[in-house]
Design a protein around this ligand. Structure first.
Ligand SMILES: [Cu+2]
Length: 429
């Protein structure tokens, strides 16, 4: 399933990353479809069991998939086989892959509809002509127009992919290295709303990070060499890495790690600080995959073994958010990479052909001379002066006093005084 934009992504990026879009409203797709086109169908032979490999190819929208009148048995997610789990619908965030087994009916008297319904939570507008609930026919008999009632699941799916249990057992191991990646969106110093980890949006370096690693000798062990805004995190060979991924945003975001499969070891509401009592832990054979959706204002804790030396990007798979800076770079075991790899000639030729440098640090220079490296796009801190803050505090206090007065009057007994007068008169009589 996929959603579809009618304009080129470069056009949409120009609209999205723009001072006139301070809230960071994402381009909303114009259409979508399942299989290869809006006219595609599937045909089942009675009695057979089918494996459907579902992929959400969208760069933005999450989908809920279901088939009228049929159960779905989930058996695989992101390439990891899991214990069979029967569900009515499956959710797929951008970049997720799920396999389901579907057992065909034994009769051909009825045809059915498959559904792929968009999650529209993040759509700022829903264009009138956008069909958000997609359907495609599932035929048992192509000559028949007899279809079971079509039931959109919409956004009501209760599918939870987090607890899916891998067939190959791997318990969680204690971590050696913890990385906190707290993300949010905000207007930055160049006036554009950007996504960012730990208040720093990712900016592409002048030299690809792997080239820096392979050309800068021992400097490859220092995160500075990769540039001030590549969010380079150096990992030691074979250490167990724990990422605490905290979502401060009001939307859900799908994170994807290259070069690894990670374990989903915990989740919970709000912000994780290591002492939370309401963490839902999954330490025994936790689910493994390379993409995880982090719901709004929650956190997810993931772990992986740094056993694949190289440079691996970790990013939101909503492509608009990746473009806007929601990415970090794991520079994994640079010492081992230098022992095992050299830059292939073809790689160097490609850089030359693209008029890009292939040797140097993030600024295209040597060592830690980073003058000229992409830099300076930071979170815009509040622009209030001390006087402004004083005035604001005064306003707030006045407003609170006003509200307190209203509350006090509303609680007063309006007849208390009258009663007291009447009682005193009565006492005198
Ligand atoms: Cu995102």
């Amino acid at each position: 399933m996929v959603h579809w934009y009618h304009a080129q992504s470069t056009t949409n990026i120009d609209i999205f990353l723009n001072e006139n879009n301070p809230t960071g409203a994402e381009p909303v797709p114009e259409s979508g479809f399942m299989l290869n086109s809006v006219n595609d169908t599937l045909t089942f032979i009675p009695g057979k069991t089918y494996r459907l490999r579902l992929i959400n190819m969208s760069g933005f929208s999450m989908f809920y998939f279901s088939i009228d009148g049929h159960d779905l048995d989930v058996i695989e997610i992101d390439g990891i086989d899991v214990q069979r789990k029967t569900v009515q619908s499956v959710s797929l965030t951008a970049a997720q892959r799920v396999s389901v087994l579907v057992t065909a009916k034994n009769t051909t008297d009825m045809n059915y509809y498959m559904h792929a319904d968009m999650n529209v939570d993040m759509f700022d507008i829903i264009p009138e002509d956008l069909l958000v609930n997609l359907t495609a026919p599932l035929y048992y008999n192509k000559d028949s127009t007899n279809f079971a009632a079509s039931e959109d699941i919409g956004m009501d799916s209760d599918f939870d992919d987090f607890p899916l249990v891998p067939l190959v057992v791997e318990n969680a191991a204690p971590f050696d290295h913890q990385v906190n990646l707290t993300f949010n969106f905000d207007v930055t110093t160049n006036g554009i709303n950007r996504g960012m980890f730990n208040e720093v949006p990712y900016l592409s370096p002048k030299i690809p990070t792997l080239n820096t690693l392979l050309t800068q000798g021992n400097y490859s062990l220092e995160p500075e060499v990769y540039g001030p805004q590549t969010q380079a995190i150096i990992l030691k060979h074979l250490e167990m890495v724990e990422i605490v991924l905290i979502n401060l945003d009001a939307g859900a975001h799908p994170f994807h790690l290259h070069g690894h499969v990670f374990q989903l070891v915990g989740r919970g509401p709000g912000v994780y600080d290591g002492s939370n009592s309401d963490v839902e832990w999954f330490l025994e054979n936790p689910s493994r995959r390379d993409t995880i959706q982090v719901p709004a204002e929650t956190y997810v804790i993931i772990r992986f073994r740094a056993d694949n030396p190289g440079v691996w990007i970790f990013h939101c798979h909503i492509e608009w958010h990746l473009e806007s800076g929601l990415a970090a770079t794991f520079v994994e075991a640079p010492d081992v990479v230098q022992q095992r790899m050299t830059l292939p000639d073809a790689f160097i030729e490609t850089c030359k052909a693209a008029d890009m440098g292939y040797d140097g640090n993030a600024a295209g220079k040597q060592g830690l001379d980073l003058e000229g490296a992409p830099n300076g796009v930071y979170l815009l801190y509040d622009g209030f002066t001390a006087r402004g803050k004083g005035a604001m505090a005064g306003c707030v206090i006045a407003a609170l006093l006003g509200m307190a007065a209203i509350v006090a009057y509303s609680r007063m007994d309006p007849l208390k005084e009258a009663r007291a007068i009447a009682e005193s008169k009565a006492a005198k009589l």
